[in-house]
Design a protein around this ligand. Structure first.
Ligand SMILES: Nc1ncnc2c1ncn2[C@@H]1O[C@H](COP(=O)(O)OP(=O)(O)OP(=O)(O)O)[C@@H](O)[C@H]1O
Length: 691
């Protein structure tokens, strides 16, 4: 028989002896039995704890894709990896190769340090000061590259995390800010809440988690291979095999008893997003809340959201406490016991005679080998331990992957013209209560859109909300330049919704819409958007100064526009048009609407959609603004309850709030038309002046 084979057989015999001695010893039998019982109890508890109670919970239990490490997670992570690694030649590949080389290098350094430790101890036992100093110096020399390798590995990990974050952020931002997708994500699709949190903090956490997973997996795997090889050379293959088998068993048990940390992490991220959204809403609507004295309501809402987050975090912590105890029991202390058995092999094992003869019974050599072997074993144990425990990290990655994949999928669907939402059943019902049916994928373009040069046409076009609620029956209307139209009807009848369909924000469920390209239509809402920037930016938005100059428009023109809307005094302050302010907070409601009208005059579109956009300005200025629109030849599409505005329009589109519509020219004086709003005004007057 070959000497190596005989050595392996001898080792096998030794392990059998070790086991039988272990179980013959009553104290050890009690310990081993107790350990086994604890494991069995915990496995049983875990299985019972997660066992479904009824059919519904059984469905929930096996629901996939909720943050668990399952097939859905693997499909999702592969899809996301394709985004961050579009080709094999991408820049991160070089970093990953470098990272792998340095990980191997670090493992070899650890093997060398284990040997050096042994040699130092041998010199101490031999009382040889010169050799001792030499060995210390050797160790000191290796400390320099070792320290560099460690910090370089950390640097590479962070670099990869930044790379993953940038790649995914730019990919998703590209879609998010394409056309109207950012609007549709929150207003049409109801899969993703708080996209701000997902696009920022959640992507960062996913990227960090992914970059660590590579090191936390590759390093232990490399360590296990290299340390096992070295250890096998010194104590035979049985030693590392038994250590690996122990950890394999521990890993299986841990997987069985481990709670679904991925799902818990995904839930924690959602709660974090909700808590943040409460604060965002408070600062956004600070003035309204302050006027309403709504602090106690807001406080209750914020604290309740924070409480949910903390309760959930504590739940995760207590589950981690349980798992931490379990991990230590199996991975740390259990492994130490196995480790001692392995380092005792050379002296007490079957090859001990041969070994002792080889080193001439020198205690210093035995100590050297013991220190070296135990050092290798500790490293091997640590590596396997890290691999076993990294299951938790994968669960965490699964949680972040769920969160990121949800927004990625929704964005992709919207990019392909689809969105998911709870639809309302009973498609022929107008304005009556109807029941909801489950989430469905809906096509944004079911109707037909066509482009023209200069007119707007609705052909059998109904007004339908994104969840299928039909507000207005199909309309057939053509609006040519110069046909100024006022839209009237009760609240919630679909006036603004018509503009949302016109602006391609909402889906076109049926019929046909013919309209000029978007640069010929301009929309001004009641509360205009004023971005952070210069006063000039407020007027020319969304143009840049460069675009403005290319259009041969000067600052002088802009000052004239401000004069037209009676707001010259804003530009008179220091800084003039270059003044930067938080305009939406420092301007009054009427001033904001004036700036928005100046913006309309700057863009001078063919059609202007004015949605109660002069409600805060005085009647005189409003008259001035509308006269100027007519002077510039802008055709108006106005929603307003102010009768004084009707004279600037030739047509009226009336909705009755029950699905009916009427489109006709103004034949009568506006004040004679019997609008609901007028009736209400009259009633108010009667109450005020009861004669
Ligand atoms: N994103 C959305 N998803 C589903 N339904 C919506 C959405 N936005 C608005 N709605 C619904 O559409 C209906 C019509 O809203 P719209 O804003 O068009 O009313 P309006 O006629 O302009 O009313 P008002 O005069 O009060 O401004 C309302 O019942 C509203 O709840």
């Amino acid at each position: 028989m070959a000497p190596v084979q005989s050595k392996v057989l001898q080792n096998d015999q030794l392990w059998l002896n070790l086991f039988s001695t272990f179980f013959k010893n009553s104290k050890k039998t009690i310990f081993g039995g107790s350990l086994l019982l604890v494991i069995l109890y915990l496995v049983k508890r875990r299985l019972r704890g997660t066992a479904p109670q009824d059919a519904q919970s059984q469905k929930e239990h096996f629901k996939k894709g909720k943050g668990n490490v399952d097939s859905v997670f693997f499909l999702r992570i592969i899809k996301l990896l394709k985004i961050v690694f579009p080709t094999w030649k991408c820049s991160a590949m070089a970093d990953i190769i470098l990272l792998t080389i340095f990980l191997v290098f670090r493992t070899y350094l650890s093997i060398w340090v284990a040997g050096a430790n042994g040699r130092i101890v041998k010199a101490i036992i031999k009382l040889d000061f010169k050799v001792f100093l030499k060995r210390i110096l050797e160790l000191g020399m290796i400390a320099i590259p070792a320290s560099f390798v460690n910090s370089f590995l950390e640097y590479l990990n962070k670099k990869l995390a930044i790379y993953f974050r940038s790649k995914l952020t730019s990919h998703l931002t590209e879609i998010y800010l394409k056309d109207m997708i950012f609007y549709q994500l929150t207003n049409l699709d109801n899969r993703v809440e708080n996209p701000d949190q997902r696009m920022t903090a959640d992507i960062e956490k996913w990227a960090n988690s992914l970059s660590l997973i590579y090191s936390n997996f590759t390093k232990p795997v490399l360590d296990i291979l290299l340390f096992s090889k070295k250890l096998a050379e010194l104590v035979g293959w049985m030693g590392p095999t038994f250590v690996v088998a122990w950890y394999f068993f521990s890993g299986l048990v841990i997987k069985m008893v481990s709670p679904a940390f991925g799902k818990l992490t995904a839930q924690a991220q959602k709660l974090e997003g909700e808590y943040r959204a409460c604060h965002t809403s408070l600062s956004h609507h600070a003035e309204e809340i302050a006027f309403f004295k709504g602090t106690s309501w807001e406080k209750a809402r914020i604290l309740s959201s924070f409480n949910d987050l903390i309760t959930h975090t504590e739940k995760i912590m207590s589950k981690r406490l349980f798992m931490g105890t379990f991990d230590s029991l199996l991975v740390k202390y259990g492994a130490v016991i196995i480790g001692y058995a392995v380092v005792g092999l050379p002296v007490f094992g079957p090859g001990s005679q041969e070994y002792l003869k080889k080193i001439g019974n020198d205690p210093s050599a035995i100590t050297r080998d013991y220190v070296r072997n135990s050092s290798l074993l500790i490293n091997l144990a640590k590596a396997i331990g890290r691999l076993v425990i990294s299951y938790k990290e994968i669960q965490q990655l699964a949680g972040y992957t769920t969160i990121v994949a949800e927004i990625s999928n929704s964005l992709e669907d919207l990019n392909q013209g689809k969105y998911q939402r709870n639809l309302i059943s009973g498609s022929e019902v107008y304005g009556e209560s109807v029941s909801h049916i489950g989430g469905s994928i809906i096509n944004l373009q079911q109707g037909e859109r066509d482009s023209t040069k200069d007119y707007i046409q609705f052909v059998d076009l109904p007004i339908v909300t994104p969840n299928g609620d039909k507000l207005v029956k199909p309309m057939n209307i053509t609006i040519k330049p110069g046909m100024n139209v006022v839209i009237s009807g009760p609240n919630g009848c679909g006036k603004s919704s018509l503009f949302r369909i016109l602006g391609e924000l909402w889906p076109l469920f049926e019929g046909k819409l013919v309209c000029p390209p978007s640069d010929k239509l301009f929309y001004i809402p009641q509360r205009p958007y004023l971005p952070r920037g210069t006063l000039r930016d407020q007027i020319i938005y969304p143009h840049s100064k460069l675009t403005m100059l290319r259009k041969k428009i000067t600052d002088q023109h802009l000052l004239q526009l401000l004069a037209t809307v009676q707001l010259s005094y804003i530009a008179d302050k220091p800084g003039g048009l270059d003044r930067v302010e938080d305009w939406s907070n420092i301007l009054a409601g009427g001033e904001k609407q004036g700036i928005a009208m100046a913006r309309l005059f700057y863009h001078r579109p063919l059609f202007a959609i004015l949605d109660e956009c002069t409600s805060a300005v005085s009647l005189e200025i409003e008259a001035l603004l509308y006269s100027h629109c007519k002077l510039l030849g802008i055709t108006l599409f106005t929603v307003s309850h102010r009768l004084s505005l009707f004279k600037y329009h030739e047509y009226i589109l009336r909705f009755d709030g029950k699905g009916k519509w009427e489109f006709e020219p103004f034949l009568k004086e506006p004040r004679e038309i019997n609008f609901e709003i007028k009736k209400e005004e009259n009633q108010k007057e009667e109450v005020a002046n009861p004669q």
